[in-house]
Ligand binder design. Sequence first.
Ligand code: ADE
Length: 259
Amino acid sequence: MRFDILTLFPEMFEGAFNASIISRARERGYIDIALHNIRDYAPGKHRVTDDTPYGGGGGMIMKPEPIFLAVESILNIDIPGEGYHSLHRQGYPPIVMLTPQGRLLKQPLAQEMTANFERLILICGRYEGIDERVRQYLATDELSIGDYVLSGGEIAAMIVVDVLTRLIPGVLGDEAATAKDSHSGGLLEHPHYTRPPEFRGHGIPEILLSGHHAKLEQWRREQSLARTLARRPDLLAQANLSDSDRAYLAQLQQPGEPE
Ligand code: ADE
């Protein structure tokens, strides 16, 4: 998968993309990340990328032209007057704007994006916002990573790249690992322990030392269900639950029963 990231602050990505799983995925050719500084595409001696908003109101707005020019250069296209969407329909890649007004990124959407897209163009906004014509005539999608406002789209873009990359088959090595992740089956993950078996007087659940595989799997499933019920009951409505999962949850919710 290839990511083209348009940003005014490419240096922000250095740490996130040059360590651990993302770095290894790049080295092994699972992903290719190109950072593009929007300022490089701004016309004029001063390479101005922002301006004051029409109608006043303070703050600065990112100008549309440098962003359109960046996309035209990266894709080697001329965007027609009616906008990019006709090109997108002909097979050109999605252009995703990171904004708190976008569709909320959740694990199923990430799975869908990883499965369907070979290339993504990510636009990181800064200042008070981006000229609306970028949204209207360039972006094909808008994504938010959560209901809070970041100082810019860069951290959101890092998150999108991270979440999608670890879903690419082979990236984590263990194919099963992402299937067990929190959220992947609609539930939170069970707790994990490693050596030592006793740490500062605190032991681990006995089942983990029993070597009884089926019971261990049942314990993990129940932990996962109990955690989701306690912390994120909203997730249960969409989760993939068996009859025995439902029975266990019903038992947990019996008044007076210990959890
Ligand atoms: N830019 C600012 N806040 C954001 C958010 N929550 N998600 C995506 N991009 C953003």
